[in-house]
Design a protein around this ligand. Structure first.
Ligand SMILES: O=C(O)CCCC[C@@H]1SC[C@@H]2NC(=O)N[C@@H]21
Length: 246
């Protein structure tokens, strides 16, 4: 049984608009960092690129606020740290490592469907990382954007019912462990580990950018977390994109 990481606070709220906004308000109010905030109900969750994130009761909606220090670009590497930590927790809960893979930049998949999303937001010198996990229910495909990866929930995919609190116990411990390793050893070990779990590595993918869509082979992730896409015009380095499986 993992123990709660000593220096992280833990706040549980019955209902909030978004745990991202809740964490931001608490930082503003002087709450000591780092801390986790977990919501039993989240009524206005946000996803990447301003999308809405629906959260049926029983699913996991939580955010961790920390002050990572270092340059802004390196803060974003926590999306890999968090994805690995979430995978650790899910493997520990299910005992089924083969079920879970990682999709660049920061989704956790189960049976190649979207199980969880991670959102990073800066609040001054603090970083707030939000995690949404479909524990008991997934949104209907019709509620998602066209071309979005089909969602799945853990209860259906792995036949196991997990409470948000039980997931947080393991996730917080795994994240604290991996965050400490990121700080002491740097990104490369996590980059390489992330790649061993990456979905569609070496396979065709589609990367949608603000102004164009590129098709190519997913060739890896560089030392700053950018996606490397091999196209007929050569290797393209993409710091940000929406990835779709071809
Ligand atoms: O678009 C994504 O894939 C990221 C989704 C992140 C959702 C989580 S749920 C907890 C936290 N609070 C929010 O409002 N969003 C994040």
């Amino acid at each position: 049984m993992d123990v709660w990481p000593a220096d992280f606070g833990r706040i549980t709220v019955e209902e909030t608009d978004s745990t991202q906004a809740e964490a931001a308000r608490r930082i503003e109010a002087g709450q000591a960092l780092p801390f986790w905030v977990l919501a039993e109900r989240q009524v206005a969750g946000v996803g990447r690129r301003g999308r809405a994130w629906s959260m049926p009761e029983g699913n996991f909606a939580g955010s961790v606020a920390l002050r990572p220090g270092g340059p802004l670009a390196r803060r974003a590497l926590r999306s890999f740290t968090m994805a690995l930590a979430l995978r650790d927790a899910l493997v520990e809960l299910t005992g089924q490592p083969a079920l879970f893979s990682l999709k660049w930049p920061n989704d956790v998949l189960c049976r190649e469907r979207k199980l969880a999303g991670i959102l990073l937001e800066s609040r001054g010198d603090a970083l707030v990382i939000g995690i949404g996990v479909n524990l008991v229910a997934a949104p209907p495909q019709a509620a998602l954007e066209e071309g979005a990866l089909a969602p799945i929930d853990l209860a259906t995919a792995a036949g196991i019912r997990v409470t948000p609190e039980a997931l947080l116990d393991l996730l917080a411990a795994a994240f604290a462990r991996r965050e400490a390793l990121l700080v002491t050893e740097g990104f490369d070990a996590q980059r390489r580990e992330w790649l061993t779990h990456a979905a569609r590595l070496g396979q065709p993918i589609v990367a949608r950018l603000a102004d164009r869509t590129l098709t190519g082979r997913f060739d890896g992730v560089d030392g700053e977390g950018a996606l490397m896409l091999a196209t007929p015009e050569g290797i393209q380095r993409l710091p940000a994109a929406d990835v779709h499986f071809a």
